[in-house]
Ligand binder design. Structure first.
Ligand SMILES: Cc1cc2nc3c(=O)[nH]c(=O)nc-3n(C[C@H](O)[C@H](O)[C@H](O)COP(=O)(O)OP(=O)(O)OC[C@H]3O[C@@H](n4cnc5c(N)ncnc54)[C@H](O)[C@@H]3O)c2cc1C
Length: 536
């Protein structure tokens, strides 16, 4: 493995462009990279344009003061065996991406003054839940059955996204009959049919931060997808999350394509109703009748496309059906001792003030001084067996908590690093509040923090291009999941969509979205042999 420079991709200059790309991809997150890599495998020459200084989107890492942190990858499930997820990563990275298992207890939930946890392995997960809630065995078994039944619904959702509008119309009655009704119900409603034990419901929903909506608002389908995803434990990319993009990009380059950084796309160009290319910041235009937007739905329809095109193609009405997810704070911490010396676990901590997650979030949104509704703590250096080779004698921690964009809106439009003393003071206050949660759970760390910095939704806007600093793109409500226009195809010829907004959030969700987009673009005849190659 080469040393970690953490700046991957090739700096954009108009003169570095090839004259004849088959497709342009806006955004180098896992959704955009997957689409570009699979198209490259089919012989397309693809140009990926990324506004940030490094490729990878939320899978990128950064370093400062001798430490290294990931920004949007804390754990990934389903890669411990030859699953479809693992086969996709293996294919995209040519087997270069390796995975390290976290501790058996991958998630620990501090709920009020009680502690519960999730353990790796389907049987172990179930038995551990029963051990924590012995009177609830029947409800737990019913829950496990619901999880098992969701597999078919997830495949169906993927298939639905691939359909052309007329196919969707024809198959609607069949799909309605096939899809279990509870899939689009609220998570809490489904679980409260099984039990009225609020601690059990809270434990089962202890990962709600993985999709940004608490159980009385989220769609059961997404809850179940995440629970299934981690059922066999959490895994961390060996070498850090930046390795994901680093190992995928060569596939794009091998076919003559490129991934450009510092490449902000200002506009998608449309002539006579069809896409003709894109315009970059600075005014340079790249002509190409095939553009894939992997930059998120909000960016695509509210910022990149001409407003009249959005209106005339009906997307202004469609956009009124969805809303951005909440923003977040992250405290990036560096310590001058190793994870082992400090006693840091390979377990994520989820800290909740009470078992009523929805009430806690509501209270916090009404009063920012109320307790954080969830505080998530991750120990990346404890999860990565390669970390000490890159950063000897050190350790890192990340603390994440929700934060509405509106709280930071008064600094909108200011420059990163120069937002003013009042902003810095507010950040320190928030950082100190979050650090208290860390010291409360791991008192040995008090006085050991060597360096920390706080990111806000404005940092997310600055580095990741999300205009509301949103954590997971669009909110995962039942209504969002039923928007059939959220898929690879658009009503604008030549424009395709991919990434987390077109399927679900999560690295795997966005990667699978890339597979769907490539399938829609290339057609089943071309994709079948490739799928065979990937999945065997
Ligand atoms: C704090 C946090 C923790 C997370 N933890 C996990 C986790 O542990 N496990 C997990 O599976 N998932 C996790 N996720 C979610 C996961 O990272 C995302 O769902 C997924 O990576 C999204 O991929 P994407 O390709 O859709 O979008 P992104 O990765 O966001 O990529 C979009 C890209 O488009 C670029 N872009 C935007 N506008 C433009 C423009 N005009 N021109 C050029 N480029 C543009 C952006 O800079 C960005 O690089 C986490 C997310 C966050 C924020």
């Amino acid at each position: 493995m080469k040393p970690s420079t953490l700046r991957i991709g090739y700096r954009y200059r108009p003169k570095r462009l090839a004259p004849d790309y088959d497709a342009l991809v806006i955004g180098s997150g896992i959704g955009g990279l997957t689409t570009a890599a699979l198209l490259s495998e089919l012989g397309w020459k693809v140009c990926v344009l990324e506004q940030h200084y490094t490729a990878g989107g939320y899978t990128h890492s950064y370093n400062r003061e001798g430490y290294e942190w990931d920004v949007g990858v804390h754990y990934i499930g389903d890669v411990g065996a030859k699953t479809r997820t693992r086969k996709m990563f293996d294919f995209l990275s040519d087997g270069q991406l390796e995975w390290a298992p976290m501790d058996d207890e991958y998630d620990r939930f501090y709920i009020g003054d009680k502690v519960f946890c999730a353990r790796a392995g389907k049987r172990e997960f179930r038995d551990n839940l029963v051990a924590q809630f012995p009177a609830e065995e029947q409800a737990i078994d019913q829950y496990m059955q619901l999880l098992a039944g969701v597999g078919g619904a997830l495949s169906m959702l993927g298939m639905e996204r691939l359909l052309k509008p007329w196919q969707r119309a024809v198959s609607a009655p069949y799909r309605k009959w096939k899809m279990p009704a509870h899939i689009y119900q609220k998570t809490y409603d489904v679980l409260s049919e099984l039990t009225d034990n609020q601690d059990l419901i809270a434990t089962i929903c202890g990962q709600w931060g993985d999709m940004g909506l608490p159980p009385k608002q989220s769609a059961f389908l997404v809850h179940a997808m995440i629970a299934r995803h981690y059922l066999y434990g959490g895994f961390y990319p060996v070498g850090g999350s930046w390795r994901i993009a680093d190992t995928i990009i060569p596939k794009i380059q091998k076919a003559g394509g490129e991934v450009f950084t510092y490449a902000l796309v200002k506009r998608i160009l449309v002539d006579d109703g069809a896409v003709t290319g894109i315009e970059m910041k600075g005014g340079h235009r790249i002509e190409c009748p095939c553009v894939v937007s992997a930059a998120g739905i909000e960016n695509t329809f509210k910022h990149l496309l001409p407003a009249d095109v959005v209106r005339d193609s009906g997307y202004a009405d469609s956009m009124a059906q969805v809303r951005p997810s909440i923003g977040h704070l992250c405290v990036y911490i560096g310590l001058q001792a190793t994870a082992r010396e400090l006693g840091l676990p390979g377990t994520n901590f989820w800290i909740y003030p009470s078992n009523d997650y929805d009430a806690a979030l509501k209270e916090f949104l009404e009063d920012p001084n109320a307790p954080f509704p969830v505080v998530y703590i991750s120990f990346p250096s404890a999860k990565d067996p390669d970390y000490l080779r890159r950063h000897p004698g050190t350790a890192t921690i990340e603390i994440v908590a929700p934060a509405p964009y509106e709280q930071f809106e008064k600094w909108k439009g200011t420059t990163w690093g120069k937002r003013g003393d009042d902003y810095e003071e507010y950040k320190s206050e928030l950082g100190e509040r979050l650090l208290r949660h860390l010291y409360d759970k791991l008192p040995q760390l008090e006085g050991r923090v060597d360096y920390y910095e706080v990111s806000t939704p404005l940092s997310t806007e600055w580095f990741s291009g999300y205009q509301h600093g949103e954590l997971y793109g669009l909110d995962h409500t039942p209504e969002r999941l039923q928007q059939d226009w959220l898929g690879p195809r658009t009503r604008i010829p030549g424009l395709w969509l991919t990434g987390q907004d077109t399927l679900t959030c999560g690295v795997t969700g966005a990667m699978m979205a890339g597979l769907l987009t490539t399938t829609a673009m290339a057609g089943m005849c071309k994709m079948s042999p490739l799928m065979k190659k990937i999945f065997g």
